[in-house]
Each structure stands twice: as structure tokens, then as C-alpha cells.
Design a protein around this ligand. Structure first.
Ligand code: XIL
Length: 350
């Protein structure tokens, strides 16, 4: 090896370590420091509910402490990206389930249920969908649902069949699916999912629908229409990506109106983004927002599952996707509990 390659290899290794350290903040092989008090999953179980988190296959594989906390604290997991269309079918006609299988296998070992996320969504789709005409796209959507939900049949308890179908102004989103297939794509996706896995609970999922507003009104109308047509919709997922503006005061009332349509409800992606740098006061306010969200769900018997979109600030999607915001989860970037964690314990507790 020449001097130059040795040097550049050393630099590459040092750089790689720096990236890994910045990312995980804990040594990959280190044990998790146990969190104080009763694990969230036990508290939730005593209330007849499930508490979940989004998980990342790479983190489960590489970071022991992360895996221990997932297994110890949560009774439900949602793959954060591993079941999305661009990940499972980057090329037309090939399906790759490795990372998702890894998550599902570990969940099974830990006695957890899996929320499948997501079958039909305008975002994170593979490039090959672009040029398809209406007939080809319909066939691709139906095949995708059959193959993916079929692969996980019996191992995924719940599917987000359609994600984010409504705009903030209360219209059907002009996604590639709406534009090429027309509004009937939603019912068709649900029928295909039921056929592929008759035992999975089928959800429609969205953000910004926590309160009663034009968007949740439109979703409400859509769910009512789907039910009237006999389309197999079992539940509505409320993502709950919020900030210190808080949870709308009519959250529980909104959940109840959906329940009255004959569906379950769930909180599917809760996080509370803080403008950076966040103060101690912000962390206390964040704890109150998580408490409000959880209480709203607990008030409603048919809200049986509450999922956080990740549990540590070191792996949250917020800093990358909402510049200027961060620290949106229950544990800090070194896996230590924030005020929000203790608040959630209290809200879930007896
Ligand atoms: C996010 C993931 O957390 C990110 O890692 C990814 O880069 C983009 O998607 N609503 C959803 C989730 O339904 O799938 C999104 O997840 C967050 C918003």
C-alpha cells in the first residue's frame, strides 16, 4: 500500500467514525442505561393499549442500546421507511423485503405488533411509476398491495393502506394516483389490501387532522363514503406531528366523531418539534403537549394504540426535514429521558 492510500484510508476511517459518533452519540455495542420507572409498554398494557415507536432497521442492527429500548419500552413498532414503495420496489417487478423482514422478525421476538407503513402514498415512490399510463399504474398499485401485504400476511397487524390523501384545504390530494386513476383509487386500494391480508386492520392515515378543520372534515366525509360503498376501512391514523402550538382542544371530540362512523382510531406518528435552540421551558412545554396528545387518545376507548415517530432525538426525522427544529422525541440524543418521557409515564400510569 502506498503512503498516500494509507493516509487517505486513515482519513476515511476517521471521517466514518466521526459520522457514526455524531449520529448515534452512544457506542454501538453499549448497553442501554435502564430508564427509571415502569416501562411504557407495561403501563400501556395495564390500560389495555399499545404504545409504539417508529424504528429503523439499520439502528436495530448496529446500536445495541437502541434495540434494547425498542424491545423494553414499546409493544408496537412501525418501520420508519423500510416498507415504503421506493424501498421495497426500487426497480419495477423486483421486491426487496430484507430490512422490513428484519424489523418484523425482531418485533415478533419482542412480543410486539407491527404497523405496516405504507402501501399507497404520493411520497417516496420509485421513479419507474412516473411514465406509467393509467392502466399500467392501476396494475402496478394492485400488484404492489398484493405482493407487499401478501408477503407480511399474518405478521403485520395494521396497514396504513393510504397515506396523506387529503390536502390542508380539504380536497383530495392531486397525487399521481388521483390524477391518473381518479378518486376511486382509494377504495380500490383498500379492497386489494383486504384481499391480500384478510386479518390486518386497514387504516387511512394523515397529518394535520387532529382537530376539527377543513382537512379532517374532508377525511371524515371520505371515510363515510368508503364505508357506505362497503370499502374495508377499519381505522383512521392521526399522525400528530405537532409543535409547541400544541394539540387542538377538540382532539378527543374529533376522534369520537370518527369512531361514530364505525372505525377505530390511533395516534400513529407523534412527535413535538422544538425550535432550536430549545430552552428548559420548551422541554417542559413539550412534555405537556405529549401529555395532552396521550390523554386525548386515552379518553377514547377505540384509540387503542399510540405510536411515537421515533424515541430518541439522535434519530428523529425532524432536524433534517424541518430545518431550525429538533429535539422532538422522548429521549435526548444520548438516550436519557427528557421531561416528556416522565410526563408520558405519568399520563399512561394508573
Ligand atoms: C419520514 C421519515 O421519518 C423520514 O426518515 C423520511 O426521510 C421521510 O419520511 N409522515 C409519514 C412518514 O407518513 O412516513 C414520514 O416519515 C413522516 C411524515
Amino acid at each position: 500500500m502506498t503512503g498516500r492510500t494509507t493516509r487517505s484510508a486513515a482519513i476515511a476511517v476517521a471521517f466514518g467514525l466521526a459520522v457514526v459518533t455524531a449520529y448515534t452519540q452512544t457506542r454501538p455495542g453499549a448497553e442501554a442505561k435502564p430508564l427509571p420507572g415502569t416501562p411504557l409498554r407495561e403501563l400501556a398494557q395495564a390500560e389495555g393499549r399499545r404504545v409504539g415507536t417508529a424504528v429503523q432497521a439499520r439502528a436495530l442492527e448496529r446500536d445495541r442500546a437502541y434495540g434494547q429500548l425498542v424491545a423494553g419500552q414499546f409493544s408496537s413498532v412501525t418501520p420508519e421507511n423500510e416498507m415504503k414503495w421506493d424501498v421495497v420496489a426500487p426497480e419495477q417487478g423486483t421486491f426487496e423485503f430484507g430490512p422490513a423482514d428484519e424489523i418484523v422478525g425482531r418485533a415478533h421476538d419482542a412480543g410486539q405488533v407491527v404497523r405496516g407503513h405504507t402501501l399507497v402514498w404520493h411520497s417516496q415512490t420509485p421513479g419507474w411509476l412516473g411514465p406509467l399510463d393509467a392502466e399500467e399504474l392501476r396494475a402496478a398499485m394492485l400488484e404492489h398491495i398484493a405482493r407487499v401485504a401478501g408477503h407480511f400476511r399474518g405478521r403485520v397487524a395494521t396497514w396504513d393502506v393510504v397515506n396523506e390523501a387529503i390536502t390542508d384545504r380539504g380536497r383530495l390530494r392531486r397525487s399521481v394516483f388521483l390524477q391518473r386513476l381518479g378518486p376511486g383509487y382509494v377504495a380500490q386500494a383498500f379492497r386489494a389490501a383486504r384481499e391480500a391480508d384478510p386479518d390486518a386492520k386497514l387504516f387511512i392515515n394523515d397529518f394535520g387532522i387532529e382537530g376539527i378543520n377543513p382537512k379532517s372534515d374532508r377525511l371524515y366525509a371520505l371515510v363515510r363514503e368508503l364505508k357506505a360503498q362497503g370499502a374495508p376501512v377499519d381505522g383512521v391514523g392521526f399522525q400528530m406531528h405537532v409543535n409547541l402550538k400544541g394539540v387542538p382542544a377538540d382532539f378527543a371530540a374529533n376522534l369520537r366523531r370518527f369512531v361514530a362512523l364505525g372505525v377505530e382510531v390511533a395516534v400513529t406518528e407523534a412527535d413535538v418539534a422544538l425550535r432550536q435552540p430549545a430552552s428548559e421551558g420548551d422541554l417542559a412545554a413539550q412534555a405537556r403537549v405529549f401529555t395532552d396528545a396521550l390523554r386525548g387518545c386515552l379518553e377514547v376507548a377505540k384509540c387503542r394504540s399510540f405510536t411515537f415517530w421515533g424515541f430518541t432525538d439522535s434519530r428523529s426525522w425532524i432536524p433534517e426535514n424541518q430545518p431550525g427544529f429538533g429535539r422532538a422525541t422522548l429521549l435526548d440524543s444520548r438516550l436519557r429521558p427528557k421531561p416528556a418521557y416522565e410526563a408520558v409515564q405519568r399520563a399512561l400510569g394508573p
